[in-house]
Design a protein around this ligand. Structure first.
Ligand SMILES: Nc1nc2c(ncn2[C@@H]2O[C@H](COP(=O)(O)OP(=O)(O)OP(=O)(O)O)[C@@H](O)[C@H]2O)c(=O)[nH]1
Ligand SMILES: [Mg+2]
Ligand SMILES: [Zn+2]
Length: 340
């Protein structure tokens, strides 16, 4: 009896993957077609911002037309790239889910910034996602030696690709790095060439890119939505709009030390709970002083640790508030006429 009810409940429901997120609707790809879907009334309320569907999510939906549908359920997320929603201290924003690899894209001009690469790496490390670095616009001229020195402490953790849109050969290693069926997200500031890379990889203009005359100037937010495209016979690529500030939501400080390659030093500190600020016998500070840890890396370590602390405190406060709120709701349900 129960089975019958379940069957009828889920009749005409099909699974699909969110390929584009708009403000209030979602494009969902299923086995046979693409549907523009809205959420059921039930799904619209009582959700945190990060719990609404994001590009890459698997959903269960019901077609109501040849190209329209209603989403009833989001399947549990895996390998999701989050960021801190801009303007907030604890709200997460889901950028893409079911991601296998994440390309951190930077152009080899004023945009190149190792501290920002470290920031992205920390966030990607929070999930089981493989990071990769695409350094674009090599044709503009840059000092490879200097770049390699700047990446010394992270180069063994992340594959690095040097590319130029003017040299198709330079894109080939990147193409080989992407395996069939894999989902790959491209992230980085506006104007660095994320959409350009995706177009070259797909062999056609799937994404709009900024006009050529802008190629050396600052980005101007050409891509405005997170969108998934299929790379013929290979991976599934997700383009994202350029971000100004990428706030992290990974508050695991051990992981931070790991990403920044200071873990080995940390283990030699005299005190187990050493904060590496001014303690006696701190091996991290000693390493900074004698040049084994770059000063910039150390400063970013302190900065990211502070941000992580702010994030986890706000997150904790939020949970406390939600707990007391739901307790009150329960009380109200139990004693609807009691005065509060
Ligand atoms: N010289 C040079 N210009 C490039 C290269 N790659 C991209 N560009 C130019 O850089 C500009 C920005 O490229 P987009 O691909 O639109 O950048 P984006 O990262 O997608 O930017 P948003 O969508 O705003 O986040 C365009 O004018 C491209 O032609 C490159 O390898 N060399
Ligand atoms: Mg773009
Ligand atoms: Zn220490």
């Amino acid at each position: 009896m129960f089975r019958l009810k379940q069957e009828s409940l889920y009749k005409n429901f099909i699974p699909g993957r969110v390929s584009v997120t708009h403000k209030t609707c979602y494009e969902v790809i299923s086995e046979d077609s693409t549907y523009t879907c809205e959420l059921t009334g039930n799904m619209l309320y009582g959700r945190a911002y990060s719990e609404y569907p994001c590009t890459g999510d698997w959903v269960i939906f019901q077609p109501v037309d040849a190209d329209k549908g209603i989403i009833f359920e989001i399947l549990p997320r895996k390998r999701t790239l989050y960021r801190l929603k801009s303007g907030t201290t604890f709200e997460k924003q889901a950028i893409a889910s079911y991601v296998d690899k994440a390309f951190i894209v930077q152009s080899l001009d004023h945009n190149f910034n190792v501290r920002r690469i470290e920031r992205f790496m920390l966030q990607i490390a929070a999930e089981d996602i493989q990071p990769a670095l695409a350094l674009t616009k090599t044709d503009l001229g840059f000092h490879k030696n200097e770049v390699e020195i700047a990446l010394r402490h992270i180069a063994h953790k992340i594959p690095v690709f040097f590319t130029s849109m003017q040299s198709p050969d330079s894109i080939e290693p990147l193409r080989r790095f992407i395996s069939p069926g894999e989902t790959v997200v491209f992230t980085g500031s506006s104007g660095v060439g994320k959409s350009t890379l995706i177009n070259i990889l797909c062999g056609r203009e799937v994404m709009e890119t900024a006009v050529i005359s802008d190629s050396t100037g600052k980005g101007r937010h050409t891509t405005t939505r997170r969108e998934m495209v299929l790379m013929e016979g290979s991976g599934i690529l997700i383009d994202t709009p350029g971000v100004k500030v990428f706030g992290v939501t990974n508050d695991d400080t051990n992981m931070l030390s790991e990403v920044l390659d200071i873990r080995d030093f940390e283990e030699q500190c005299r005190f187990k709970d050493c904060q590496h600020i001014n303690e006696k016998g701190c091996a991290v500070i000693k390493a900074v002083e004698n040049g084994d840890i770059d000063k910039g890396v150390y400063e970013n370590y302190l900065k990211l640790r502070k941000e992580a602390w702010h994030y986890s405190v706000s997150e904790h406060e939020k949970r406390k508030y939600e707990k007391s709120f739901s307790k009150m709701v329960k009380e109200v349900k139990k004693h609807p006429f009691k005065k509060y």
